[in-house]
Design a protein around this ligand. Structure first.
Ligand code: GLN
Length: 455
C-alpha cells in the first residue's frame, strides 16, 4: 500500500509505470500475508516489485511499449512472472520501456517518455527505463529488466542503481516478448548487489519451454557475501581493465569517477591488470546487423491476424498486413525491420549477416583471452551520464553509441552488471555514473561479491 500511494503521487510525472491494477496488486499482497502466516514464506515473499512490460502476465495488459500491443491482455504468465508469483512476491505494475526494447533513452515508447528522477529533463536510459526510474524514485523495492545490448545496465547506470544481465540461458525467455532471441536475457534491477542476488535466486533456473534455457543446478547467489573479510576483502581477485574502454568516446567526467572506483578496488585488495578487447569497436556494427536481423524475423508475427493491432479499413489480406504494421509500429521499430530484412535478403546475406556472425565469434574470443589474465573486468557502463531528453532522438547512430561498452557482453553471452560508482555535478544536479563489472560465464556470484565489497 505504501508503494501504491507513492506511485499515485509521483508516477504521472515520471511515467515509469504504464499499467497499474491496484486490486490485483493488493490481492497478491494478501496471498503473501497468508504465506507468511502459514510459514511457507521465503526471503522475497511480500516484496513489491515492478515488472518490465515485455513480460506476458496473465490478466495484465502487456504492450511492450508499442501501439501494436496497446490492447493486448496476457493470456498466460511468462516464466519470470511465474517464479516471482510462486514465492509470493507482489507485482506492483508493468513498467514503461522503449518500443519492443529498441532504444537507449526510453523515448521510443508509444506511451511517452520516462523522466530520470535525478534530473527530470534528462532520459533514464533504455530500454528498461521505466524499471530504472521506478527503482530510483522508490516507486518499487526492485524491478525486472531485459538486456539485449545494454538495456538493464545502461539505465541502471544513468539512474544510479544496480542492474545485472545474467549469462545467456540462465533466466527463462518463455513469455518474454522476443526482440533478438540470441541476445535477449532478463535480469534484476535493484538498489544493491544483495537485493540483486536475492532476485537472481528467484529468477534463474531451467525452463523446458525456452529452447536455450540451461539445465544447471540452482545456485545461491548470496553465498559470497558472508566470506568477505573486513581487511582486504578482495585479496586475490584479478581485475582486468580493457584499454579500449578507456579510449576516445568516454567523457572525461565519467572517466574520473571510474578511475576513483578502480583505486578503491585496489584498496580492497584486488590486483589490477591490463587487458585488451581489440574488437570492441566492431561490436556496434555487428550488433546492428544481427539484432535487427533477428528482430525482423521475430516481429513478423505481428501481422494483424492473430493478435495486436489491426487496421480498421483495408481492401485485401496484403493491404491488411501492410496497414496494420504501418500503423502499429513506431519509427525505430520500422528502421530495425528494414535493416534486418535487408541484411537477410538473398544477395546480401553473406556480406552482412554471415560476416557479422564471424566477427561475433572473434568478440567472444577476445573475452576468452582476457579471462586468462583476470577474474573480472571493470570499466564504464555508458560513455556519458544521462543526456537531455530529445538530445539524441534524431540521431540513431549517436544513440547506438550509448551501448559501446555493453553490447559485446551480449554478443559473447557473458554476464555483465552495473553498480553505482559515484556522481558528476552538472547544471546544479548530481548525475549518477555506473561502474560495469563483466564476468566469465556463470560467474555471477563472484561479480555480485565484488560489487557488494565496493558498495
Ligand atoms: N540500445 C540497444 C538497442 O536499441 C539495446 C537494447 C536492449 O538491450 N534491449 O538495440
Amino acid at each position: 500500500q505504501a508503494f501504491l500511494t507513492r506511485i499515485d503521487q509521483h508516477n504521472q510525472a515520471i511515467n515509469a509505470y504504464i499499467s497499474l491494477d491496484h486490486d490485483k496488486t493488493l490481492a497478491q499482497a494478501k496471498v503473501a500475508d497468508a504465506m507468511l502466516a502459514s510459514n511457507t514464506a521465503s526471503t522475497l515473499t511480500g516484496i513489491p516489485i515492478a515488472q518490465k512490460d515485455i513480460f506476458v502476465a496473465k490478466g495484465w495488459k502487456t504492450t511492450c511499449g508499442s501501439k501494436m500491443l496497446e490492447n493486448f491482455i496476457g493470456p498466460y504468465d511468462a516464466g519470470v512472472i511465474e517464479r516471482f508469483d510462486a514465492i509470493g512476491a507482489v507485482n506492483l505494475g508493468k513498467t514503461n520501456m522503449d518500443e519492443f526494447a529498441m532504444g537507449s533513452s526510453n523515448e521510443t515508447s508509444y506511451f511517452g517518455k520516462v523522466q530520470n528522477p535525478w534530473d527530470r529533463s534528462r532520459v533514464p536510459g533504455g530500454s528498461s527505463g521505466g524499471s530504472a526510474a521506478a527503482v530510483a524514485a522508490r516507486l518499487c523495492a526492485a524491478a525486472t529488466g531485459t538486456d539485449t545490448g545494454g538495456s538493464i545496465r545502461q539505465p541502471a547506470s544513468l539512474c544510479g542503481l544496480s542492474g545485472l544481465k545474467p549469462t545467456y540461458g540462465l533466466v527463462s525467455r518463455y513469455g518474454m516478448i522476443a526482440f533478438a532471441s540470441s541476445l535477449d536475457q532478463a535480469g534484476p534491477m535493484a538498489k544493491s548487489c544483495e537485493d540483486m542476488a536475492l532476485m537472481m535466486n528467484v529468477m534463474t533456473g531451467f525452463d523446458e519451454r525456452d529452447s536455450t534455457s540451461l539445465n544447471r543446478e540452482k545456485e545461491d547467489y548470496t553465498r559470497g557475501f558472508a566470506q568477505l573479510s573486513a581487511d582486504k576483502p578482495l585479496a586475490g581477485l584479478r581485475v582486468g581493465l580493457p584499454k579500449e574502454y578507456f579510449a576516445e568516446g568516454l567523457s572525461a567526467d565519467v572517466a574520473k569517477v571510474i578511475e576513483t572506483a578502480i583505486a578503491k578496488y585496489r584498496k580492497l585488495g584486488a590486483e589490477i591488470v591490463d587487458v585488451s578487447l581489440p574488437n570492441t569497436m566492431l561490436s556496434i556494427p555487428v550488433y546492428y546487423v544481427l539484432a535487427p536481423a533477428e528482430a525482423s524475423s521475430n516481429l513478423s508475427r505481428f501481422d494483424g491476424v492473430r493478435y495486436g493491432h489491426r487496421a480498421a479499413e483495408y481492401t485485401d489480406l496484403m493491404d491488411m498486413y501492410c496497414k496494420s504494421r504501418a500503423e502499429g509500429f513506431g519509427a525505430e521499430v520500422k528502421r530495425r525491420i528494414l535493416i534486418g530484412t535487408y541484411v537477410l535478403s538473398a544477395g546480401y546475406f553473406d556480406a552482412y549477416y554471415l560476416k557479422a556472425q564471424k566477427i561475433r565469434r572473434l568478440i567472444a574470443q577476445d573475452f576468452a583471452e582476457a579471462f586468462k589474465k583476470c577474474d573480472i573486468i571493470l570499466g564504464p557502463t555508458a560513455p556519458s551520464t544521462a543526456f537531455k531528453a530529445g538530445e539524441k532522438a534524431d540521431d540513431p547512430v549517436a544513440m547506438y553509441l550509448q551501448d559501446i561498452y555493453t553490447i559485446a557482453v551480449n554478443l559473447a553471452g557473458l554476464p555483465g552488471m552495473s553498480i553505482p560508482a559515484g556522481f558528476v555535478e552538472q547544471d546544479g544536479k548530481s548525475l549518477p555514473v555506473g561502474l560495469q563489472i563483466i564476468g566469465n560465464y556463470f560467474d555471477e556470484a563472484r561479480m555480485l561479491q565484488a560489487g557488494h565489497a565496493y558498495q
